[in-house]
Design a protein around this ligand. Sequence first.
Ligand SMILES: Cc1cc2nc3c(=O)[nH]c(=O)nc-3n(C[C@H](O)[C@H](O)[C@H](O)COP(=O)(O)OP(=O)(O)OC[C@H]3O[C@@H](n4cnc5c(N)ncnc54)[C@H](O)[C@@H]3O)c2cc1C
Length: 241
Amino acid sequence: MGKLQRVKIVDRIDITDQLAVFRMNPENPLQFRPGQCATLAVEDGEKFIYRPYSIASAPDEEILEFFIELVEDGQLTPRLWQMRSGDSLWMRTRAMGVFKLDTARKKHYFFATVTGVAPFLSMLRHEQKHRQGNSFKLIHGASHSADFGVYLEQLHALAREGWLEYIPTVSRPTIDIEWKGEKGRVDDVIRKYCDQWGYDDVTFYLCGHPGMVRNGAAILLRTGLAKDRIRQEEYFQQAEE
Ligand SMILES: Cc1cc2nc3c(=O)[nH]c(=O)nc-3n(C[C@H](O)[C@H](O)[C@H](O)COP(=O)(O)OP(=O)(O)OC[C@H]3O[C@@H](n4cnc5c(N)ncnc54)[C@H](O)[C@@H]3O)c2cc1C
């Protein structure tokens, strides 16, 4: 499981009431691969509450970045939401997870719901610094365009470099009248884009809401793709399961 170390919040950007970017400085640098998670922990009386969070920053950045959604009746996130820059919590000294870039292929299609973009941000930021000749497509879904926060412009800026195509899509456009981009949930538009982009020699990655991840994987499998071409990371279990 790894030992715990202190980690200090150095910056917090509130995107909406329920979404925030936390930038944190661990006591000792965390070794990780793009796509992996850190385990954050908060004290609850005598015990700790632990939860995994995908790291959005690239491995050679000093400060770790996380994109986190508040779960109002949750155990860890309401405590985290009370914290500000300068406050400290805990982190396991070892990163975890196998959701990493497939080094056997150069073409990668990413599908994310809101905060599920975090591991892809790490992979893309790493690629930007150490170009390996990879090309990427990213479909990023949210209910409202406001949920994309600072990442909308950051990802559009990366896309202008030519090796990433970024498609943000909004599932509730009726209350987002200014939105000119794609509309619908990620799984609604997967086929439309993949049919256009092609399926040959691509690895597919789905991350975030378990409904999107499972639906999206089923949609991709129905095109005849082999299972090992699809990588999945579900952030939580749905309550009805
Ligand atoms: C590999 C991995 C990486 C993750 N990375 C991130 C990340 O980058 N950003 C992030 O915000 N979360 C991420 N999560 C989810 C995170 O670990 C917590 O589960 C989440 O923050 C809720 O924690 P909590 O203690 O506040 O709520 P809990 O007490 O754990 O949850 C209470 C209830 O809410 C449900 N629930 C949990 N999360 C959500 C949600 N987002 N929407 C709706 N219902 C939910 C749970 O199933 C549970 O029934 C990741 C999870 C995994 C497994």
